[in-house]
Unconditional design. Structure first.
Length: 644
């Protein structure tokens, strides 16, 4: 269950957050603590390779620089592990060193790779057909026929192209005992289908969970049991488990997730959940993951897949743009240093992992951290490790010059991620999580909001051909086609161009302006009431109208404060969203919902104020403007699912 917070964007709008309810963002952020790095485990040979030395040095530096308590790494090259090592501590309170053989880390979305393998195994055995409608296999519930003639297929689930809405609130649990059966949860929380299947890849936890349930259905075996029997045991992965709760031997060796809290670290929970095929509750060790990576690098698929299925897993199966890398089954293509890399990352509260395969080089790496890190850096640290793997075998980036002078002004504007929910309040992430594209001289572009690196505020691009751009001084590429923006560094999402009236900048200005009017009114009305307490009494209707105005302003201001409290710690916010246990999550829409009712009454009062000549003209103008401010604020909030 992957979620990424855009730290750079939060920094840019920190002053605005003093007045404006922050967005709820969907991606996960890192944590750590200033713990001495107690390295355990061992290299697999007396002298490690240069690749091992590079990755070892990088991980050591990451833990020190970003206050991440611990990490575990395995590097596979030439069919064998050349580095299997633990760093730091598994638990900051107990100071338990990380052991790469025995310390279990939550896999998060890296576990989706097991789900893809399980589905392909059932395809090999003829129980599943990649081209078949998933409803062919479902018995206790069916996927709604939102697009007649366009059913969701098994293949759609493995390429993130099923078209389900992105609903994640409350999908995690803090205790394994609270986990419900997979099928029951999928039936109860089926999201809307927001686009036809096969149209665009957009990261989809529900779809992957459904893929795992298909395996459970056609085999008559619980998913965790199936994975243990058909993948984990054949590979000898003794410390890997999808069971919830875990076996005592596995549970005893689990690392604890952390997030920075002042000068120390606070333990994070929320790693369990109903949707185990997406990674909820799934744990492994670095040594165990090395065995999986070796099997996938084996062209014959090792003991878990046939050569044909292993090839299909790693072959490009879908792409949002033919000019850019795409997706295999769950694995994402990425180009670095002229190398084709297959990657998967995963994030849960306090845990962040990345795996990367270079099939042509017979090399792979898996790294996992048990802390969010300062400023959420652990979510990006794993990508740095994956890029280092490719960089070791690749060639340095070359400086690109624009080779096409075709007009680029048509690409300017705001773009929204296809992962943006259409029904949950996490939709508010689009308020500051959108991408802004600006045109420059010489057919160049500048983007903001398009980097996973929290230190990269802006990125600059040169045009290689109409609609295709390469980063200046970098290796990433972006492409535009049919109103969509696609990035080569993230094949599992696209960005759709927004019309002017959906511009996040416009919405931010509207929220700030209307909130300022209402907040000042809330402060001023009691003062004016005291000053004028000896004035002749106003009509009862006029007094009620002012009370409604003050109430609406107070409710909207209170909702804003609740949002600020909810968003104060981004790392804690990620945990709050997927667990869904904060009273603030219900307080915000409840307050705005009541405010909507009082504001509707204000509309009537504004009409009566002019008709019955309540107050002076200036008073009536103020009341009317305040009513409009409340309507604007609530209208924008409603568009982000923050009302009611």
């Amino acid at each position: 269950m992957t979620m990424r917070l855009r730290l750079r964007q939060r920094r840019q709008l920190r002053l605005r957050l003093l007045l404006l309810p922050l967005c709820v963002l969907l991606p996960l952020l890192p944590v750590g603590g200033g713990i001495a790095q107690a390295d355990t485990g061992s290299s697999s040979a007396a002298g490690t390779t240069t690749l091992s030395e590079e990755i070892d040095s990088l991980v050591r530096r990451q833990l020190a620089d970003h206050r991440i308590p611990g990490a575990s790494v395995v590097v596979v090259e030439g069919g064998r592990p050349v580095l299997t090592k633990g760093y730091g501590v598994a638990d900051t309170a107990a100071k338990t060193p990380v052991d790469p053989e025995r310390t279990g880390f939550f896999m998060a979305s890296d576990a989706k790779l097991f789900t893809a393998v399980a589905v392909l195994q059932q395809v090999e055995q003829g129980r599943l057909d990649l081209r078949s409608d998933v409803n062919r296999y479902l018995k206790s519930f069916k996927i709604r026929d939102s697009y007649p003639g366009h059913p969701v297929t098994v293949r759609d689930l493995l390429t993130h192209t099923a078209g389900f809405d992105n609903n994640i609130i409350g999908r995690a649990a803090t205790r394994p005992e609270d986990v419900r059966p997979l099928g029951e949860s999928l039936a109860a929380h089926q999201p809307r289908r927001v686009r036809p299947p096969g149209e665009v890849a957009s990261y989809d936890n529900y779809g992957v969970a459904l893929a795992g349930y298909l395996v459970e259905t056609v085999t008559g075996t619980p998913f965790a049991t199936y994975v243990d029997r058909s993948i984990v045991r054949p590979l000898g992965m003794d410390r890997t488990s999808f069971a919830q709760p875990h076996a005592p031997a596995v549970a005893a060796g689990l690392a604890r997730g952390h997030r920075p809290d002042g000068a120390g670290q606070q333990v994070q929970n929320g790693q369990y959940g109903d949707w185990s095929p997406t990674g909820a509750g799934a744990v492994t060790t670095a040594a165990d993951m090395g065995k999986l990576l070796r099997a996938l690098l084996d062209e014959d698929g090792g003991p878990i897949l046939t050569a044909r299925s292993n090839g299909a897993l790693q072959k490009r199966q879908f792409g949002n743009d033919e000019r850019l890398p795409g997706l295999g089954y769950i694995l994402e293509e990425r180009g670095r240093g002229g190398q084709r890399m297959l990657v998967k990352d995963g994030d849960l509260p306090g845990f962040h992992g990345n795996l990367a395969l270079l099939p042509e080089r017979d090399a792979a790496v898996y790294v996992v951290y048990n802390g969010d890190g300062e400023n959420g850096r652990a979510a990006y640290a794993g990508q740095e490790v994956a890029d280092r793997l490719a960089g070791h075998f690749g060639r340095p980036a070359t400086v690109q010059r624009s080779t096409s002078l075709a007009d680029v002004a048509r690409y300017e504007g705001d773009y929204r991620s296809t992962r943006t929910s259409s029904s949950e309040l996490t939709r508010v992430s689009a308020l500051i999580g959108s991408v802004r594209v600006s045109a420059g001289e010489g057919a160049t572009l500048t983007t903001t909001g398009l980097s996973r690196d929290p230190d990269a505020a802006e990125r600059h691009w040169v045009q290689l051909s109409p609609g295709l751009f390469q980063e200046k001084g970098g290796q990433d590429r972006i492409a535009f086609d049919g109103g969509r923006l696609v990035s080569a560094s993230d094949a599992s999402v696209a960005y759709e161009r927004l019309p002017w009236y959906l511009s996040p900048t416009l919405h931010q200005q509207a929220l700030l302006g209307s909130l300022a009017v209402l907040a000042l009114t809330v402060l001023a009305l009691p003062v004016l009431a005291v000053v004028r307490r000896r004035s002749p009494g106003a009509p009862a209707g006029a007094r009620a109208a002012k009370l409604l105005l003050w109430t609406s302003g107070a409710l909207i201001t209170a909702a804003t404060v609740c949002f600020l409290l909810l968003s104060a710690d981004p790392n804690a916010l990620n945990r709050t969203i997927i667990v869904g246990d904060s009273a603030l999550l219900t307080a915000v829409p409840a307050l705005t919902g009541v405010a909507l009712a009082t504001t509707c009454a204000m509309v009537v009062c504004a009409f009566l104020a002019w008709r019955r000549r309540w107050w002076r003209v200036s008073g009536r103008l103020h009341y009317t403007c305040s009513t409009l401010a409340a309507l604007v604020f609530l209208g924008v909030c409603a568009s982000y699912r923050l009302v009611g």
